[in-house]
Design a protein around this ligand. Structure first.
Ligand code: DC
Length: 208
């Protein structure tokens, strides 16, 4: 089974993806971490040719063998990952890594282009959406407060870059189910998504 979750920054993809993966017994793959690891490698002065990226089954990100998972969520890498994600050679490398992982296992994979580019044949495609203001507020709450205005500005900047880049811009796949989460709790979004996945799977069995 392949479940694709796409959506803009801070739309709740990771919380939803983790819950779905647990519920359906799939491997959970956060593709944003891979772009973040490339940005970290570039910060360290490495070139794309000198980078080896691996993801362990429990989601740890290895950069040239080093576990860098805990270094990936900084404001610099929020911006840097969104910038490196506009480079075609970077996307090519990471998309083939993502497809190789999905070939070997049932996955819930989240990112920006999973339903459109990485797994166009996914069994279920979900696109999460919420206003920038709601997303900024949730991010600030996650961090325990502070910096709402700057967080909002940065989210709007990333939205702009992720949606206007020439290659694989952020867009819902034509067959994605769009869930607007502004007025919903995480629990509501998770149960809506579980329902959707079950419906799809049952439909598939019914039609043989
Ligand atoms: O989901 P995230 O915030 O960790 O992603 C970091 C950046 O990586 C995001 O701004 C855009 C890019 N990205 C992408 O272009 N395609 C993906 N499938 C995942 C992330």
């Amino acid at each position: 089974m392949k479940i694709a979750i796409d959506g803009p920054a801070a739309s709740g993809k990771t919380s939803l993806g983790r819950a779905l993966a647990r519920h359906f017994g799939c491997r959970f793959v956060e593709t944003g971490k891979m772009y973040r690891a490339v940005a970290l490698a570039f910060q360290r002065g490495l070139a794309l040719d000198g980078i080896e990226i691996d993801v362990s089954e429990d989601g740890r990100l290895l950069l040239n063998g080093e576990d860098v998972s805990d270094l990936l969520h900084t404001p610099g890498l929020d911006r840097g990952s969104s910038e490196v994600a506009t480079i075609p050679a970077v996307r090519e490398r990471l998309v083939s890594l993502q497809r190789a992982i999905a070939d070997r296992a049932d996955v819930v994979m989240e990112g920006r282009d999973i339903g459109t580019v990485v797994l166009p044949d996914a069994d279920v495609k979900i696109f999460l959406s919420a206003s920038p203001e709601v997303r900024a507020r949730r991010r600030v709450e996650q961090r325990g407060g502070g910096g709402y205005a700057e967080t909002l500005r940065e989210i709007i900047r990333r939205d702009e870059r992720d949606s206007t880049r020439e290659i694989a811009p952020l867009n819902p796949a034509s067959d994605a189910t769009i869930i607007v989460t502004d007025q919903k709790t995480l629990t509501e979004v998770i149960s809506e998504a579980i329902h959707l996945v079950k419906e799809r799977l049952e439909g598939r069995w019914d039609h043989g």
